[in-house]
Design a binder for this molecule. Structure first.
Ligand SMILES: [Zn+2]
Length: 184
């Protein structure tokens, strides 16, 4: 990541809005923001599938659910954060992964310019492709700063997205069972 370039850009924004980037309070702001962006977008330099390469053979064939994984991400339309919780479930087909790896996958996809809809699908798709389970379900709920502190200013509104794959999508019973488990 090109930190000096981010710093120059932030300084430009300060000048453009009519601020003095040399005043004491703002002098370190460009470098602070650059480091913050490096954190926010660290996922751009990682491959989320790498967290799923260590798999364990297992005959357990009931739903595996990790609920309420906290995440924060950056809305790509406004570069403002959105944050919330993700719940990830899959129906194993002879293989499982370490449960913390599900949280790693959510984080790796979240730390890049994102849309909640795409983030939800990406987590479901990488699990389907890498672990090849019988089904995957991902539900995310988040509050978006671009909605709460600007625009329509609707504080407290929560956006819910879900992505169902395999049997979680095609089998009505599995689908309603998993939705009942995952929804708040
Ligand atoms: Zn936005």
């Amino acid at each position: 990541m090109d930190l000096p370039r981010i710093e120059r850009a932030v300084r430009e924004i300060l000048v453009a809005v009519g601020e003095d980037p040399e005043r004491e309070g703002l002098r370190q702001t460009p470098s602070r923001v650059a480091r913050m962006y490096a954190e926010f977008f660290a996922g751009l330099h990682s491959d989320p599938a790498q967290y799923l390469t260590t798999q364990f053979t297992e005959t357990y064939d009931e739903m595996v659910v990790l609920k309420d994984i906290p995440f924060h991400s950056m809305c790509e339309h406004h570069l403002l954060p959105f944050e919330g919780r993700a719940s990830v479930a899959y129906l194993p087909d002879g293989k499982v992964v370490g449960v913390s790896k599900l949280a790693r996958v959510v984080e790796a996809f979240a730390l890049r310019p994102q849309l909640q809809e795409r983030l939800t699908s990406q987590v479901a798709d990488v699990l389907m492709d890498t672990l090849t389970p019988k089904g995957v379900a991902v539900v995310m709920q988040a509050t978006h700063s671009c909605m709460t502190c600007r625009g329509v200013r609707k504080a407290g509104s929560i956006m819910v997205t879900s992505a169902m794959r395999g049997r979680c999508r095609s089998d009505a019973r599995t689908r309603s069972e998993i939705l009942a488990l995952l929804h708040p």
